[in-house]
Design a protein around this ligand. Structure first.
Ligand code: GLC
Ligand code: CA
Length: 549
């Protein structure tokens, strides 16, 4: 039986994790080399973002062969060693299945381009005149979502980059191909899958212009998506592996259906509403300080909504598409360590399965890039153009990128202090964070007060506490904006988590709730919560009933 209620997943972005052959690019051997570190941290699964054959326009999310490894990451033999070594440490690997689209270099698309009818039907081609795309939909990376192919006199749909052509899931042959890929990796001993933007796979029957938005309402959580996931679950045997779906602009109702075990679709889902609380007017490229009131409301709504309806959340603050957690929601300066620990406590003891992104366990910070040449990400480069074309100065555009670029989460893992951060012997493919100083694995490993040590304790706590894994959640002090508190409950066991979201001390009277309970974790050894009713800046503390095992 697969277990995920008490498990923790760690996300690896292989390009930036560890380079073993000195070419400046992380590789599969680098992951194998660091397995002991990950085992020491205590994680159960590794989600590794795509390392399959790919022209790397979108760093591997543009796959040209799903069964081969991109040579710069290593060989199939390297992968076999990684799977076997991970297995011997009790760590399961989760691979990233990018099934909404393929690279335009994929053999299927290449055949489609040659006019092969069978393969044209693998994608979404539409007739049209060269001047007007079939609809006015906007790609997630900017510009039209359609690209014209002159010799075919047709347009093809790409919700992302123009080199990422959307697959036609209506075609049963496409679905069979994808199931085969899942079986192939399952046979190799893979223990789970993360499905990339999986709620975008079902497109509408008729394509029409969107006069109020960018087109997403026509294909997000589309009409056949639940049926397709059920079919995949049944035919590819997804019941024996851990599955998580990345859901773009989704709804609670849909995520309940995706993850209710009775539906036989997926085990859990990523949703992103709580990561848009610093977008002005819902626009990622317009800055606004974090709205903590909104953050609390969203987390509570999703926690309670999923709980009441048998759904299951993936719990996360960060991934390879997001700015760094501590820079965004905490404090990079004075309260760096304390706020990083608080954010971990807040998120990872809720009901769901934690996903910790590489470097989060040591409090890595945003990239701090100040020149456009430092950026690598296709989305960032596109939006720099768009923002400056729309009238922003280069300085203003760069300021926005410094807060919003996906490259903030993609700078190399900081293993040691110094040049190249112990990531590589060579200049890395993307610069080390300008804010790397004082943030490294090797200085935190044997420091019992480090962020790393604290994350070890958090992960261990989830593993041994039934109440955290399986208990109910209810929120305390919901009306307050400055604290985030909740109770987990299982039979007679009870756990209370209290976090100060601010950089100031706050008054908090928890005497009644905490009476008879024991403190089991916290980031302030001199806490005055119990004797003075005050939480110190960014304080986090966890209490449990004496009966909790
Ligand atoms: C997901 C991935 C992102 C990628 C996109 C297109 O959002 O996390 O990195 O660019 O899908 O595949
Ligand atoms: Ca390498």
């Amino acid at each position: 039986m697969k277990q995920f209620q008490n498990s923790t997943v760690y996300q690896i972005y292989p390009k930036s994790f560890c380079d073993t052959n000195g070419d400046g690019i992380g590789d599969l051997r680098g992951i194998t080399e660091k397995l002991d570190y990950l085992h020491d941290l205590g994680v159960d699964y590794l989600w590794i973002t795509p390392f399959f054959r790919s022209p790397q326009r979108d760093n591997g999310y543009d796959i040209s062969n799903y069964r081969e490894i991109e040579p710069m990451y290593g060989s199939m033999q390297d992968l076999d060693v990684l799977i076997a070594r991970a297995d011997s440490l009790g760590i399961g690997l989760m691979f990233d299945m990018v099934f909404n689209h393929t690279s335009t270099e994929h053999e299927w698309f290449q055949k489609a381009l040659q006019g092969d009818k069978r393969y044209m039907n693998y994608y979404i081609f539409r007739d049209g005149d060269p001047e007007t795309p079939p609809t006015n939909w906007i790609s997630k990376f900017g510009g039209s979502a359609w690209e014209y192919v002159p010799h075919l006199k047709k347009w093809y749909l790409h919700l992302f980059d123009k080199t990422q052509a959307d697959l036609n899931w209506e075609n049963p042959e496409v679905r069979e191909e994808l199931k085969e890929i899942l079986r192939f990796w399952k046979n190799k001993g893979v223990k789970g899958f993360r499905f990339d933007v999986i709620n975008l796979i079902s497109k509408p029957e008729q394509f029409e212009d969107d006069h109020i938005g960018d087109g997403r309402r026509f294909y997000t959580d589309g009409r056949n998506v639940h049926a397709y996931l059920q079919e995949l679950h049944r035919d590819a045997g997804l019941g024996d592996v851990l599955t998580v779906g990345e859901m773009s602009s989704t709804t609670l109702e849909n995520c309940i259906r995706y993850t209710d075990p009775a539906q036989q679709e997926l085990d859990m889902s990523f949703s992103f509403h709580h990561l848009k609380v610093d977008y002005r007017d819902g626009d990622k490229w317009k800055l606004q300080p974090v709205d903590y009131r909104k953050l609390k409301d969203l987390l509570e709504t999703w926690q309670l909504g999923m709980q009441e309806n048998h759904g299951w959340n993936a719990l996360f603050w960060c991934n390879h598409d997001q700015p760094r957690t501590v820079s965004r929601f905490g404090d990079e300066g004075t309260y760096w360590k304390k706020s990083a620990k608080m954010l971990g406590t807040l998120m990872y003891l809720m009901r769901g399965t934690p996903y910790i992104y590489q470097g989060e366990e040591i409090g890595m910070k945003n990239a701090g890039f100040t020149s456009i040449d430092q950026y690598r990400d296709v989305e960032s480069l596109n939006y720099y153009q768009i923002l400056t074309k729309n009238g922003l100065s280069s300085e203003e555009a760069l300021h926005i990128l410094s807060q919003r670029s996906r490259d903030n989460g993609r700078t190399p893992m900081q293993w040691e202090p110094g040049t190249n951060a112990g990531f590589s012997e060579h200049m890395p493919w993307i610069g080390i964070s300008e804010n790397a100083q004082g943030v490294a694995v090797n200085t935190q490993l044997n420091d019992s007060d480090s962020i790393f040590s604290y994350f070890q304790k958090l992960i261990a706590l989830r593993k041994k506490s039934d109440c955290i894994a399986n208990g109910k959640i209810e929120f305390i002090a919901s009306e307050r904006e400055d604290v985030f508190c909740y109770r987990r409950k299982l039979k007679m066991q009870e756990i209370i988590v209290i976090c100060n979201l601010t950089a100031a001390p706050v008054k908090a009277d928890f005497q009644t709730q905490l009476s008879g309970m024991t403190r089991i974790l916290g980031n302030d050894p001199n806490s005055t919560l119990l004797n003075n009713n005050v939480l110190s800046p960014y304080e986090a503390v966890v209490y449990q009933t004496a009966t909790t095992k």
